[in-house]
Design a protein around this ligand. Structure first.
Ligand code: IVH
Length: 701
């Protein structure tokens, strides 16, 4: 369905579904280097997600896939747990997104349109982020972002960067300074010249050069590379730096850090946009790469009230510069089949440089996109279809997979024919079916489709799932081809089937006595598995890592989950209601889980798997808060915070916030004007308190 036609409820559901799918895909891609869906499928999902979020910014989820923090810690560097998580930023692509950002913040804080609200605006440096920890004024540690929680220890390397002070005067005892490591255009060009002369690897762009230079195991190499640092944020602090973002940045500058001279405070979204245009004009002459402008709420007390979604602050956003474009020839269209059976068209292109990067593949999203229409038959590209042989315009924004934006009909070869999207799966020849309302055509073969079966197995062993050492995507593919494993349960019977002689495995190239034995041990080690991981591993459509965690938290044990899913019927009944009452679980995800449990082959495969495992119950999150596990209802007018803020804070402390009072309610927070809910709570004997008492209660947390 076209985004323009989605109702708010449909949009919310679809965003929930996309978040699940993309979270899993992100982990597989970034952390495991082991994508579980095709690039094109990934991009089609991401594109759709961005479009829906652009139209319904207020529905953007806590776990929005557009804001996943990618990357993971590489082997070779020590690991550092960040005292305060290193986050990513949400994106704005146009003026309307900036206005929405301002509106969202005002709404969250309960600020009227005219009330003053100041922001800072500064260039978004295209480098890599670094966290510097000072204790007693001395630089003691430097870490890359990694996955946001755990980064790489690059202390020795950071010490070699000329404009990073190693000793501070007058700094708080503990100070973590965060900012961007980058390389100037001139230094980048000179480095590449030196590298080429020495027949060493050259870099595609300054950002890669900066990353490659900082992440050197030998700090002497880093030292020989001209890196620089801009400070723009902080992590743990033993004392505040200032009351405002701008004040804190001035303080960092006074302590000796380079801060960006184009940082400015702005009193309105219009002023932000004016500064954006100004920076955009200066961009080419800056001498270093920037890819947008970052806006932040200036008042730090407001920043703290606004808090964070899962990976991004509510109080900041990156307003990106428009994407880069280039024309080339579409040489072929390939179809990739993903884990969920999605047939994803991939454009194979005559290689072309787009913004400094050579592009030879792009996503074509789905069959409608190729045909020049959206899901409802409305024209896109004014109805121009895309054909093999066409000249197509490639669009690349940041790191995302390139897309095809337009086609030049005037240059179309006379013999070009409309693309016939396959109606059968190219991998297993089953019918490829497109359901009503779904933009994607899917192979109906299920696990008989080798592509789906293998992708499912790859997902099963991926890092966020079973993560079995020695059993990665490559091995799984090999074992599947050899007929050794067809479903996840088969992995756990490998030792019993092959373990005694281990002949088959040992005879394989790359396997010996030791590695085969290690593999079986690694498999046995994973027989004990936390519930959330197990649920995620099942590869149920729409259930990503965060969805699996929500389900595991709610049901607590495999038995509880399994019984509920077996009893549940899509769309009705108590088990269904209970499932969709979970905040973050929409009807689409719920329907998908239940349907999976109802399919005989799937169900048998799940049962066989679980019979091999010892599934660990879920420990309840945030157990040390006075409201953890409590069901809370807010009613009446809240005076110190908006509903959204009240709900977000309560949930962050482990409470469940519902809209109506029932016997299961633990606390009713009633502001002035509370009506029937307060009465019902009194009748049911439910603890009722006013906003001030509630705040006092959670402040002890
Ligand atoms: S603020 C909690 N300011 O962009 C927010 N980030 O896409 C912390 N970046 O991870 C980030 N210039 O690596 C901020 N002026 C700037 C930035 C900036 C570049 C990077 C940073 C961040 C990424 C998010």
């Amino acid at each position: 369905m076209a985004v323009a036609d989605l109702t708010e409820a449909q949009a919310r559901q679809e965003l929930a579904r996309l978040a699940g799918t993309l979270a899993a895909a992100n982990t597989a891609y970034h952390r495991d280097d082991d994508p579980d869906i095709s690039d094109a499928e990934y991009d089609a999902f991401k594109h759709r997600n961005a479009e829906i979020e652009a139209r319904f910014p207020a529905l953007k989820r806590k776990d929005s896939p557009s804001e996943q923090v990618g990357g993971a810690v590489a082997e070779g560097f020590g690991k550092i747990q960040h005292a305060v998580r290193m986050l990513s930023l949400g994106n704005a692509f146009d003026d309307a997104d900036v206005a929405d950002f301002d509106q969202r913040i005002r709404k969250y804080l309960g600020l009227a349109g005219g009330a003053p609200l100041t922001y800072t605006a500064e260039p978004k440096i295209d480098g890599l982020s670094l966290s510097l920890r000072y204790e007693g004024g001395a630089l003691v540690q430097a870490a890359t972002r990694g996955d946001g929680s755990v980064g790489e220890n690059v202390t020795a390397n950071a010490r070699t960067i000329a404009n990073i002070p190693t000793q501070l005067n007058g700094a708080p005892d503990v100070l973590e300074v965060r900012g961007e490591v980058y390389m100037s255009h001139a230094d980048f060009a000179a480095l590449n010249t030196r590298q080429a002369a020495a027949e060493q690897k050259t870099f595609a762009n300054p950002r890669n050069a900066a990353a490659g230079s900082l992440r050197q195991l030998d700090a002497q190499i880093t030292k020989s590379r001209p890196l620089r640092f801009f400070a723009y944020a902080w992590g743990e602090l033993s004392a505040p730096l200032a009351d405002t973002q701008s004040g804190a940045i001035s303080r960092l500058a006074a302590l000796g850090f380079a801060t960006n001279p184009l940082t400015k405070t702005c009193a309105s979204p219009q002023a932000l946009i004016a500064h954006y245009r100004d920076i955009e004009e200066q961009r080419a002459g800056l001498g270093y790469d920037i890819d947008g402008v970052v806006y932040k709420v200036d008042d730090l007390a407001l920043q703290s009230r606004l808090g964070f979604r899962s990976t991004t602050p509510r109080w900041a956003i990156a307003h990106k510069f428009p994407a880069e474009l280039a024309w080339t020839v579409l040489e072929a269209i390939d179809i990739q089949v993903g884990r969920t059976g999605a047939l994803s068209p991939v454009a194979r292109l005559r290689p072309v440089t787009v913004g400094g990067v050579v592009v030879s593949n792009a996503t074509l999203h789905n069959e409608d996109y190729i045909a020049g229409r959206d899901g409802n038959g409305a024209p896109i590209r004014e109805g121009r279809d895309v054909r093999v042989g066409d000249w197509v315009q490639i669009y690349r924004a940041g790191d995302v997979i390139p897309k095809i934006k337009d086609v030049d009909i005037a240059r179309r070869p006379a013999d070009a024919v409309p693309y016939a999207f396959p109606q059968i799966c190219p991998e297993c020849q089953s019918d490829a079916i497109r359901e009503e309302g779904d933009a994607i055509r899917r192979c109906s073969g299920g696990i008989i489709c080798p592509a789906q079966a293998v992708e499912k197995l790859k997902h099963f062993v991926s890092r966020a799932a079973f993560d079995i050492e020695g059993l990665g995507a490559k091995q799984v593919e090999q074992f599947y081809t050899d007929g050794w494993i067809a479903t996840p349960a088969d992995i756990f019977t490998l030792r019993a089937r092959f373990g005694v002689g281990m002949q088959q495995l040992k005879n394989r190239e790359g396997w010996g006595d030791k590695s085969a034995g290690n593999l079986f041990d690694a498999i046995d080690e994973k027989r004990t598995i936390p519930l959330a991981r197990l649920i995620f591993s099942l590869g149920i459509r729409h259930v990503g890592e965060s969805g699996a965690a929500l389900l595991a938290n709610h049901y607590g044990s495999w038995a509880g989950f399994e019984v509920a899913m077996t009893r549940a019927t899509v769309g009705k009944g108590a088990a269904w209601e209970d499932l969709i009452s979970i905040d973050g679980v929409g009807a689409v995800m719920a329907g998908s889980v239940i349907t999976t449990f109802q399919q005989d082959a799937e169900r048998a495969s799940i049962d066989q798997l679980v019979a091999q495992l010892d599934v660990q119950d879920t420990e309840q999150r945030v157990t040390d808060s006075p409201v953890a596990g409590k069901t809370v209802v807010f009613t009446g007018t809240l005076e110190q915070m908006t509903r959204a803020e009240a709900k977000a804070r309560a949930e962050a402390l482990g409470a469940k916030v519902l809209g109506s009072v029932s016997a299961k309610t633990d606390i009713l927070v009633a502001g002035p004007g509370a009506g029937s809910k307060a009465k019902k709570a009194t009748d049911l004997g439910i603890k009722t308190m006013d906003e001030a008492s509630w705040l006092a209660l959670i402040d002890t947390a």
